[in-house]
Design a protein around this ligand. Sequence first.
Ligand code: HEC
Ligand code: HEC
Length: 211
Amino acid sequence: MHARFSFSFWGAVAGLWMAALAGPAWSQDMAGGNETARRALHVCAVCHGEGGRSKSPDTPSLAGQPALYTQRQLKDFRSQQRSEADNAAYMWGVSALLDDDTIQALANHYAEQTPHAGFTKAKPAVLRAGKDIFENGLPAKGVRACAACHGNQAEGAEGFPRLAGQHAAYIERQLKVFGTRLRPHGVLMKAETANITPKQMKAVAAYLQSM
Ligand code: HEC
Ligand code: HEC
């Protein structure tokens, strides 16, 4: 468990959430006609950033993520199937209050937002190694090209998440989670991650963040 957010921070979020569900609609122009989604977006933004462009390396950006993917993740949090400690801490409580229509509206909203632009401080050699794994995989290790499923620009589609511009720290952590039982719907990723070394994970994560 990472102590990224203090108890007082979490208390503030919980308070916001209650206020969001009980209070008046704050803005009328978001999330289609779904009132709960419109209110919820203010709470999501506390952690995931304005428009779903996260500023925190440990919190994923949601902007530009295919709607089907986001929808599935929110349902996996709600049913507590996606169960890494961070999910349990941050997403179980939030998602428990969302019905299917609200989840759909939130997912549609984030799919329409402008994605986080690529950014990096990584060394060119690391980025080159990451690009090679992304485009070609590691044939000798049975690791397929990431681009084959996530798209040539890592833009994602349907159930395949967008990875371009995503925070490297978050990507790296997920690559490790796929080797565990904590993310059962990541089963397609199990084979891909089984034979990647931690160093290679770091490189591909750095490259994806830079895209
Ligand atoms: C208190 C902070 C916090 C709040 C509030 C919050 N989230 Fe999250 N969310 C997180 C963290 C942290 C993660 C990543 C957990 C991990 O490392 O697996 C996450 C993960 C997610 C994911 C998975 C992303 C992916 O790429 O797989 C989705 C989707 C998501 N949140 C949507 C939402 C929505 C929609 C809301 C508002 C209804 C919301 N979150 C509110 C902290 C928060
Ligand atoms: C056979 C198709 C396939 C290949 C190849 C593949 N992925 Fe994935 N990946 C998926 C699917 C499907 C998911 C969504 C799993 C879920 O719904 O929980 C995913 C999820 C992810 C996630 C989690 C994203 C998030 O927002 O939480 C990361 C990170 C990721 N893949 C990185 C990679 C990397 C790096 C490679 C190449 C080494 C790769 N993937 C190759 C299918 C694939």
